[in-house]
Design a protein. Structure first.
Length: 216
């Protein structure tokens, strides 16, 4: 499973980075050609739209795997670890269901566009092909949230994605914010040779809770 995660993450990263670089090159090149060379690229807006669609929807599953989606965690941060666990089960299962439903709707839309035989004006690419990242992105996100849901059932720890537990890959892991359950968390303490959070900082343990003393 780790090999699959690594391969899938690498594939998504390659696709997203390539699409972003192509989008930047084509859009900037189009502006340069129009105002400097006085020759407009007719496919600039068309390709830019296709790449924006690819990046926007293909990144949904990638962000879900990396736990990088924007979240409203005010209530989540205040409750204890058992309630966090229950909330993650509800959130991941509900989000998975929502993503599957959106996958279904977007697949129907792609099918309807395919039946119309529409093509793009400049490059004459079938429009339904340019829309494939939409259901693909929703489906990948659904798979990731389902995996996170299963991990939270079979594992004792609270998983915020299929790769990361609570406190990993977030600011909490750096700042040492208490998780509300009274567990021991890590806080970065600046060493004499480097700034806080730098490569020469050392991690010290601090008990979470009202009686916790500030680490000096």
């Amino acid at each position: 499973m780790k090999k699959f995660d690594s391969a899938m993450s690498k594939f998504e990263e390659i696709v997203l980075v390539t699409a972003i670089f192509l989008m930047a090159f084509i859009l900037v090149g189009g502006v340069f050609s129009r105002f400097v060379l006085r020759a407009s690229w007719g496919f600039t807006e068309e390709v830019g739209t296709i790449l924006i669609t690819l990046v926007t929807f293909f990144a949904i599953g990638y962000c879900a795997r990396k736990a990088q989606h924007i979240g409203m965690s005010i209530v989540f941060d205040l409750v204890n670890i058992k309630v966090k666990k229950a909330m993650m089960l509800i959130v991941t299962l509900g989000t998975c269901a929502a993503m599957l439903y959106l996958t279904y709707l977007s697949a129907l839309y792609v099918q309807s566009v395919h039946s119309l035989s529409r093509v793009t004006p400049s490059l004459r690419i079938p429009v339904w092909i340019t829309l494939l990242p939409v259901p693909a992105g929703f489906f990948l996100a659904a798979v990731e949230y389902l995996r996170c849901f299963i991990l939270n059932i079979i594992k004792k720890d609270v998983y915020i994605s299929s790769l990361y537990k609570l406190g990993e890959n977030t600011d909490e892991a750096v700042l040492g914010i208490a998780d509300g359950g009274g567990d021991v968390v890590q806080q970065l303490k600046p060493s004499d040779d480097g700034p806080a959070g730098g490569p020469e900082s050392e991690a010290v343990e601090k008990p979470a809770g009202k009686d916790a003393k500030e680490v000096e």
